[in-house]
Design a protein. Structure first.
Length: 549
């Protein structure tokens, strides 16, 4: 069999030379993993099917040549010439810059940097870019990030380069810019006659392959004239929750031609006996990840981090409200079958679980205006504050009403609330006050608006989660606001969970992901998201227990 490799689309091209070859390729085509090309008289096979090809009889030398990249971790150079502008890099940061340079020098640019959060990925990118610019490999740097991180990138440039960027040197935009024709044209004008690297910060936000934002970025990132010469995704959590959410990022970073159907065919979801989900052949995708992307862990010696669950009993009115809604939800689930639940009812189940979590964290959100709605949580928070003394403490919540009530309850701490609302004009001032004012020792912060791009490691080492959700990336990203490079104290994380509620299950699920997350790839191996993790029968068993608690 003749075989060739098309790097721009990450595909193999195979031409059968015998009946046996035709039979093998026919089976692969029927499974959806091969596409016949009648003009060239061959078959296109995406990279994700490399293990299927590796199982065919190629001979030892051919096998090593064709599939060696998936069978070993790329060597990372240990030394390089230090850049003239970005100095004082740590060893693992120098190693990353060397990797970027070596790969670019050989015409194989790295496709992403997924070191854990707090490792200083931005300084590594800036250092690598500065050296490549000195070598005349590239000219400009285009950074795409969440809106609230834009200012951080310009600040990082001034800090590490010792000067503000030139207009044609650095452009930082948010992801929504690619859905606007006018703003997209401005980006293309910036790239005109320039060789630019496109950096996708917090790239896990592109996990939904059907969103307008993801499709627009994927179109823009194509290796065509007038577009970026390389695309570097950055994220401490390469996927939001599920393995398939890595597919759009893989396509954007590499230009790979592979469909959602092909990906799901190769890495199908399976259920374990305990109701949890895992992905068949996931280790084969890990091999692709290691060959293309750089991720190290355990290289940065941060102070210890401890997570303390704080079980909060529900008061009688709260418990009755929770039990009533759990029973109604239970009746609804028992009236449908598993197939209907999977196809039609899961979205509604997700909404119902959200309402149960809201009752647990703050029943006032569902109309209970009683003064005792959150007394137990305030009592726990007061105890933490008293124990902390004058230390700064941040309280994470998804709900603006909770943030306002927390701030109003402790005026003696000169607190600040950061909601992230468009109508708020003092968010930046509030952030600076919490960071720089010694008298401001409490901040109520929206985990949705400020869970990324906020660096508090030099000012705070205690965080409280008033409520939690099943989004693993939000949980770990927000936690990394204080547990990152520059932190010198041990970090304490307190998580409030309602006793005998879904809170306990969600926290168990989140904690299990720390163990399940593959050390090198950062891609969870199994158990990936509450709505996916629970079958109908499992959810029924859980609600029966809670309804009678």
């Amino acid at each position: 069999m003749k075989i060739g490799w098309h790097n721009p689309t990450r595909q193999w091209f195979l031409q059968p030379q015998s009946d046996a070859d035709q039979l093998r390729l026919g089976r692969l085509a029927r499974s959806g993993l091969a596409r016949r090309d009648g003009i060239r008289q061959g078959f296109w096979v995406p990279e994700i099917a490399w293990a299927d090809l590796a199982a065919w009889p190629w001979g030892w030398k051919n096998h090593r040549t064709l599939f060696g990249r998936y069978l070993k971790t790329p060597k990372v150079p240990a030394l390089f010439r230090k850049p003239p502008v970005v100095t004082n890099l740590l060893d693992y940061q120098e190693e990353a810059v060397a990797y970027f340079l070596e790969r670019n020098g050989k015409g194989f640019p790295p496709k992403g940097l997924f070191d854990p959060m707090g490792y200083g990925k931005s300084v590594m990118v800036l250092s690598a870019w500065a050296l490549m610019r000195d070598l005349r490999w590239v000219d400009a740097l285009l950074v795409v990030c969440p809106k609230r991180v834009i200012g951080e990138w310009y600040a990082e440039f001034r800090k590490h380069m010792g000067r503000p960027p030139a207009e044609d040197e650095l452009l930082v935009v948010n992801y929504e810019a690619f859905t606007s024709v006018k703003r997209r044209r401005a980006i293309l004008d910036f790239l005109l006659n320039q060789r630019a690297i496109m950096v996708l910060d917090e790239a896990h936000l592109l996990g939904n392959g059907n969103s307008k934002r993801t499709l627009a970025v994927e179109w823009f990132a194509r290796q065509e004239p007038g577009r970026p010469v390389a695309v570097w995704p950055l994220s401490g959590t390469p996927v939001r929750n599920r393995l398939p959410s890595f597919l759009p990022l893989y396509r954007i970073a590499t230009g790979a031609v592979v469909t959602q159907q092909q990906f799901e065919t190769k890495y199908p979801a399976r259920w374990k006996a305990d109701g949890s989900r895992f992905y068949k052949n996931a280790d084969q995708f890990t091999a692709i990840f290691r060959a293309l992307f750089l991720r190290r862990s355990g290289r940065l010696k941060l102070p210890p981090k401890e997570i303390f669950p704080v079980r909060i009993p529900l008061n009688p009115r709260q418990r009755e409200q929770y039990r009533q809604m759990a029973e109604e939800f239970l009746v609804e689930l028992q009236g449908i079958d598993d197939a209907t639940f999977t196809l039609k009812a899961r979205k509604n189940a997700f909404s119902q679980m959200t309402r149960l979590l809201q009752i647990s964290s703050d029943p006032a959100l569902l109309g209970d205006q009683g003064a005792d709605a959150a007394d137990e949580r305030f009592a726990a928070l007061t105890e933490i504050l008293e124990e902390a003394g004058d230390e700064k403490i941040l309280v994470w919540s998804r709900y603006p009403g909770v943030l306002d009530r927390v701030v109003a309850a402790y005026p003696e701490r000169n607190p600040v609330a950061l909601h992230g609302r468009r109508s708020d004009r003092d968010n930046d001032n509030g952030k600076e006050r919490f960071i720089n004012d010694p008298g401001c020792t409490l901040a109520g912060i929206s985990v949705d608006a400020f869970g990324q791009g906020l660096n508090l490691q030099e000012n705070c080492h205690i965080a409280v989660y008033w409520d939690i959700s099943w989004r693993f990336d939000k949980f770990v990203q927000s936690m990394a606001r204080i547990h990152r490079l520059g932190q010198t104290k041990g970090v304490s994380i307190f998580v409030f969970v309602g006793e005998d509620t879904l809170d306990e299950y969600v926290l168990d699920m989140l904690m299990s992901k720390f163990d399940a997350q593959a050390e090198v790839t950062g891609v969870p191996e199994e158990g990936l998201g509450l709505a996916d993790l629970l079958t109908r029968s499992d959810l029924i068993r859980l609600l029966k227990k809670e309804a009678t608690a």
